[in-house]
Design a protein around this ligand. Structure first.
Ligand code: HEM
Ligand code: HEM
Ligand SMILES: [Fe+2]
Length: 456
């Protein structure tokens, strides 16, 4: 930590990891519900547990993005944050919003649309928190008079993510129309602007962990972001099979979304090559694991498993089944959970006192148990999903009859999910066992910025 105010990142990460733990409780609970009987059915039915699970995911990942951004912006602009106090107020508001939403879902207070269940007043709080965040970031950059391309792409990704939340704020009379516009938020987040956030955090980490030339890294960042955008925007139509749009959208969606994995292949090669060239010499070997892990797992979960059901001829059968859950888990984990865990792993020796930079065995256990557990969970959802599509959609069996026949895969989900959860618990323990640092201390920055392109 070069700047005192970067310490706010610690508290954002602390909140993120705590909510991550809670998210898994809901995940395991849902997996158990699939096995039935469900004694909690009146208190916490499946749909409520699912809304809590996915909303906790979004809240913790965004808390991780915000904490990471505060760290990156101070470092890239080489300045203290404009207001540390505002950053804490923002974190408190964000956490309270998340907690209220979760309690509200239990009481039936919900907007009722998948992943955007937040009731209207809470959506307004989200907008207010975002405005506070951007004000603090822009004032920081203004005060420094300096910014870099990596930082620019990161902030652009966050601003666009906030703008894409706007369709979720509009009132709709018709549920089908609401579902149509829902993809402008959800799809364009995960396959568009959040990729800018992941890409820039990856560039930030790779420059520091590999000593790779910043100019080369940033050029590649442009290429990747460009590719994701070109393919991702029209790729939105891969969600249109059952939406009632004119038929010409289906081949357009299939074709462009099938191009998206090209950018993800580029990202994985880019990350691997950067570290290979440096011989993985950076002492923070765990941060190297998480960084490369994120690029590679994204290629698997988003690229390969996204491609697996993106063509209309396949999505016609697989839409909204456990095949979707298979891909949703691997993609979200690889791209957005792992990049936040990479940022935390890289920054925590600088945010806590006496933590050695070099990875210790607890950290390795956390990494490999999570990777193995998530791989097993993905396989559990995949095998369940294939069975479900065949029995229910091809053979025409009823939904519940099908569920009874594929129950064994949920035993596997509980087992692999538990393995994954142990990995997460170890990560959380590893994070909290060192006290946060209060003052700035000099640190090894790996390859320090050699110049500042885009200086204003
Ligand atoms: C202990 C670990 C976990 C378990 C047992 C678990 C289990 C589940 C279950 C049973 C569902 C409902 C699927 C359905 O609708 O039938 C679900 C949904 C979901 N989970 Fe998890 N989960 C876990 C961790 C995670 C993690 C770490 C992430 C992301 C990083 C995640 C992301 C999601 C998403 C995005 C959905 C919604 C999928 C959809 O579109 O239907 N889960 N999870
Ligand atoms: C990091 C990137 C990605 C993430 C985090 C992600 C996550 C998700 C999630 C959570 C869903 C379920 C959404 C819902 O039903 O509300 C979903 C659906 C889908 N994703 Fe992705 N995805 C990513 C990239 C991709 C890519 C690159 C492709 C194609 C090549 C793809 C293809 C699909 C398709 C076709 C569906 C619709 C499934 C259905 O009809 O039920 N995804 N994705
Ligand atoms: Fe999509």
């Amino acid at each position: 930590m070069r700047f005192r105010t970067q310490r706010v990142a610690y508290w954002y990460f602390a909140v993120a990891l705590s909510l991550f733990g809670l998210q898994l409780v809901m995940g395991l609970l849902m997996a158990a519900k699939y096995l039935g009987p469900d004694p909690l059915i009146d208190l916490l039915p499946f749909d409520v547990a699912k809304a809590m699970h996915t909303n906790l995911l979004i809240v913790w990942v965004l808390a991780g993005f915000m904490g990471g951004t505060y760290y990156v912006v101070a470092e890239e602009s080489r300045t203290e944050l404009y207001s540390e106090r505002l950053a804490y107020i923002q974190l408190v508001a964000w956490t309270l919003m998340g907690a209220t939403a979760i309690v509200g879902y239990m009481l039936g207070w919900t907007a009722g649309i998948k992943m955007l269940e937040q009731p209207y007043p809470l959506k307004l709080v989200i907008v207010a928190v975002m405005l506070l965040f951007f004000f603090n970031i822009f004032m920081t950059i203004r005060q420094a008079g300096r910014w870099t391309l990596t930082e620019g792409v990161l902030i652009a990704g966050l601003v666009l993510a906030a703008l894409l939340y706007l369709p979720a704020l509009l009132p709709y009379d018709n549920y089908t129309v609401e579902t149509f516009y829902r993809w402008w938020t959800i799809h364009l987040w995960v396959e568009g602007v959040w990729e800018m956030i992941q890409g820039s955090m990856l560039a930030f980490l790779l420059v520091r962990l590999s000593g790779a030339d910043r100019e080369v890294m940033e050029k590649w960042l442009y290429v990747i972001v460009g590719l994701v955008f070109m393919a991702g925007i029209l790729g939105t139509a891969h969600h249109y099979y059952w939406t009632g749009v004119p038929g010409y959208w289906l081949p357009i969606g299939g074709f462009f979304s099938a191009l998206e994995p090209v950018a993800l292949v580029g990202m994985a090669i880019y990350a691997y090559a950067a570290i290979r060239r440096s011989g993985a010499a950076h002492p923070n070997t765990l941060a190297v694991h998480w960084t490369i892990g994120s690029a590679v797992f994204t290629l698997f979960g988003a690229g390969l498993l996204g491609l697996a059901h993106t063509w209309p001829a396949i999505n016609k059968w697989t839409h909204g089944t456990l095949i979707t859950a298979m891909h949703g888990h691997a993609a979200f984990y690889g791209a957005y959970a792992m990049i936040v865990l990479a940022m935390i792993s890289y920054t925590r020796p600088y945010l806590t006192s006496n933590r050695p930079e070099r990875g210790q065995s607890l950290g390795y256990w956390a990494f490999w148990l999570q990777v193995a557990g998530m791989f097993g969970m993905t396989l559990s959802f995949a095998t369940a999903g294939i069975g479900q599509v065949y029995l229910e959609r091809v053979m025409g069996l009823g939904y519940l009859d099908t569920q009874l026949k594929i129950q064994i895969h949920f035993v596997m989900l509980v087992a692999t999910g538990s393995l994954f959860a142990v990995g997460v618990i170890l990560y959380i323990v590893d994070f909290f066992r060192f006290a946060p640092l209060r003052v700035a201390a000099p640190h090894d920055e790996g390859a320090a910025p050699r110049h500042a392109p885009g200086t204003v």
